[in-house]
Design a protein around this ligand. Sequence first.
Ligand code: ADP
Length: 540
Amino acid sequence: MHGLMQNMPLMISSLIGHAERNHGDTEIVSRETTGGIHRYTYRDAHRRARQLARALLSLGVKPADRVATLAWNNHRHFELYYGVSGLGAILNTVNPRLFPEQVAYIVNHAEDGLVFFDLTFLPLVEGIAPHCKGVRSWVAMCDRARLPDSKLDLLCYEDLVNAHSDDYEWPEFDERTASSLCYTSGTTGNPKGALYSHRSTVLHAYGSALPDALNLSARDTVLPVVPLFHVNAWGLPYACALAGSKLVMPGPQLDGASLYELFEQEQVTVSAGVPTIWLGLLQHLQAKGLKLSTVQRLVIGGSAAPPAMIRTFDDAFGVTVLHAWGMTEMSPLGTVNTPKGKHLKLSAAERDKLRLNQGRPIYGVDMKIVDDEGRELPRDGKAFGDLLVRGPWIVSGYFKGEGGNVLREGGWFPTGDVATLDADGYMQITDRSKDVIKSGGEWISSIELENLAVSHPAVAEAAVIGVAHPKWDERPMLVVVRKPDQALTREQLLDFMRDKVAKWWLPDDVVFVDSLPHTATGKLLKTKLREDFRSHKLPS
Ligand code: ADP
């Protein structure tokens, strides 16, 4: 017997409809690509998204067609989120920091018919256009006055929107219909597409707004530093509409000073981004002796948030870090670190230890760890193994079947992370499975060593890689960037680490460099480091 409840499909368009009806005067503020601040409301955004939908239809866009963006976080990109998906087409947000060949690969693989781009990316677009024959139109996200001269026959975003009325009703269709498409960064091999649906997106928005997740409300002002081209800015454009939070979008300026200015000016309460962004903000705050007067929570994810960073934000700035873990294939949120009631009684030192892990799963994400034979390992906080996940906002496969069947028996998706789980549900990543260092048959966690190294006051950033060793197969080597004007020697750093890890975990060598290589999404590019130090001779 079915229940007698209405079967309302979970549509992305219903999020912006809800925001307009109930939070119509709540602001969306963006720093424009061309400078200056743009300010309007959910009501205006919804009107323009409907105008945009009509414009897209007039350009021949049909349900299931792919429409690409190469754009910063701003109001036009936000309108595309709703305009494209709302009419039943698929928004393919492409990461403009990838190599041009990769961008062209994605546009071709996705078969994008239209590409919307911010003016910053005109040279990129002109470079790839000859290799992207399937693109019918390139649309510059600006007004007529700023439309650049180009060898391409560009369309103008504002002309398109203004040429159409907002007299448009969002269609209702199967909630499992594809809504957006993000490619994984692909440090090895070609990028693969994660294809989200209306249902998965709305459920993820519900889940991520929960109190023990990002705790979003109509009292919050949210600034996503995480790009709209990177896993849908961790779902914030949807979750903020659902919660009625004010949105502040930073455009292209992601340096500490520019972010600080927006935080204070717009009274931001919540922000989200990868650790390297927060490193930049902390340096700015400390150098100028500034305080954050309204920020309450910073969501840090994408790679491990260094313990020293979590502590500094809390102790020196009164900001709670929400350490979060996820991946493109998971829409992306999987876990968020928040304490339980019973933890509030813990000593400061015990609480401190607890808040360093990647947190507990949000309802909707099921997790387990397994050994090499696929046998489930105990949830004791000690055993570590391959982390598998399943749930309604986790991929069942990649776009166009790339990579074949990616699920294990029982529908489990292998994350490629190695982790521990404990009886309270807390998960701790010990490594990427390809980064873990295998020394004499035992595993050494590169992340743990990196966290320890960056807790030294003179260290800005650190990476640990495995280097070939005749006796142990691999031994850890530490690559370090010093903070400006800090003297630190190999011996001093090793002495600092010596009594804090097992003896055989201590790196065999320390090398100082000016900077570390990062991927287009801000993660340490360890493949490059391993290549650079392939023939490095360890002193041992
Ligand atoms: P995203 O685009 O959300 O960064 P990717 O798919 O590019 O996701 O990468 C996901 C991987 O990033 C995870 O499998 C994990 O290895 C790493 N990662 C993400 N968040 C964290 C975290 N908080 N701590 C450690 N590693 C993380």
